[in-house]
Design a protein around this ligand. Structure first.
Ligand SMILES: NC(=O)c1ccc[n+]([C@@H]2O[C@H](COP(=O)([O-])OP(=O)(O)OC[C@H]3O[C@@H](n4cnc5c(N)ncnc54)[C@H](OP(=O)(O)O)[C@@H]3O)[C@@H](O)[C@H]2O)c1
Length: 289
């Protein structure tokens, strides 16, 4: 017996799947058609902008936005007022695996599948906890470990718990052939591109995120799962994270959230199987490891 309501996204997915087999499928627009997207780290900054973009640019799509404190996420609550039915806000702290599992359970119960996962959360500096170190003398074990926990370990655990739903969403619900996992990394995580040094904890944690994401992408390909994983560098974007460092940014190189997310969504919307495991900058250029 089918207990899902008729307006459930799964029905839209099935309709589109049968449509996908018809000869006119290739004439559809390249945008996401329906489907379910999740943005992790959505309370503010780039993550919040992704949620807004997805809601405004895909009128049939559903968005799951996760954050540590939903009650205080004013930007998300404003979007909820406007897009009530299509936005679901869940509590998730990447350092607390119980909250990751609970979000996965909610997604299983509400949608049963996921077409896009964006891991946007990240930390660079937290007063008295995490310093953007300018010298080795400032490196502390506690800040190295904290950056690793939030920037590398957390996003990978999120993928682990959402894997079954990404597998179910791959090639259905939207016109793309695969589900997409986009982990927001940073160019400073590139070892090959490291000319300035510094920011030991942040850099190394993003490098770890890159390697873990690459590893997961290899496993998905080997298992023939219809999921691709990509890493994205958003550019230097005007958010709380970059604010203390913006005075050194050359003119014209500090992007708005809107500009960066527009560029990143173009990469996501055009991602193909052959992009699995790649690290792209906002302009679509590949970044060396
Ligand atoms: N802005 C840039 O110039 C820039 C450049 C390169 C890469 N990036 C990357 O882009 C991503 C987004 O950065 P942003 O600029 O938008 O930063 P932001 O404005 O500081 O936002 C960071 C987000 O991460 C969330 N977060 C922090 N710790 C978390 C945890 N333990 N569990 C779940 N969420 C947590 C924050 O939630 P709370 O509100 O609960 O703190 C917030 O939503 C990050 O991965 C960052 O490394 C940014």
């Amino acid at each position: 017996m089918n207990l899902l309501p008729l307006n459930h996204p799964m029905f839209a997915a099935r309709t589109l799947r049968s449509f996908a087999r018809s000869p006119t499928f290739s004439s559809l627009s390249p945008n996401w058609e329906g489907g379910v997207s999740m943005v992790q780290g959505a309370s503010r900054g780039i993550g919040l902008e992704f949620v807004k973009h997805l809601l405004e640019n895909n009128e049939k799509g559903h968005v799951v936005a996760t954050c540590r404190n939903p009650g205080q996420a004013t930007g998300l609550l404003e979007l909820k007022n406007k897009f009530d039915e299509r936005l679901c806000i869940l509590e998730l702290d990447v350092t607390n695996e119980t909250t990751i599992k609970a979000s996965a359970k909610s997604i299983e119960e509400r949608y049963g599948s996921l077409n896009l996962l964006i891991n946007a959360s990240g930390i660079l500096s937290i007063p008295n906890v995490l310093l953007p170190e300018t010298t080795l003398n400032k490196v502390e074990k506690s800040s190295l470990l904290h950056a690793y926990e939030v920037n590398a370990v957390g996003p990978i655990l999120v993928i682990k718990h959402l894997w079954p739903f990404l597998k179910a969403g791959g090639g259905s619900g939207t016109e793309r052939e695969v589900a997409v996992v986009a982990n927001i990394s940073a160019r400073v995580g590139s070892i090959g591109d490291n000319r300035l040094g510094g920011w030991h904890s942040y850099r190394a944690s993003k490098t770890a995120l890159n390697q873990l994401t690459k590893n997961v992408s290899v496993e998905f390909a080997r298992k023939k799962d219809p999921i691709i994983c990509i890493l994205l560098h958003p550019g230097t974007v005007d958010t709380d994270l970059s604010r203390p460092f913006q005075r050194n940014v050359p003119e014209g190189k500090l992007f708005t959230k809107e500009f960066s997310v527009q560029k990143l969504m173009t990469i996501i919307n055009n991602a193909k199987s052959q992009d699995n495991g790649k690290f792209f900058a906002w302009d679509g250029q590949e970044i060396p490891w």
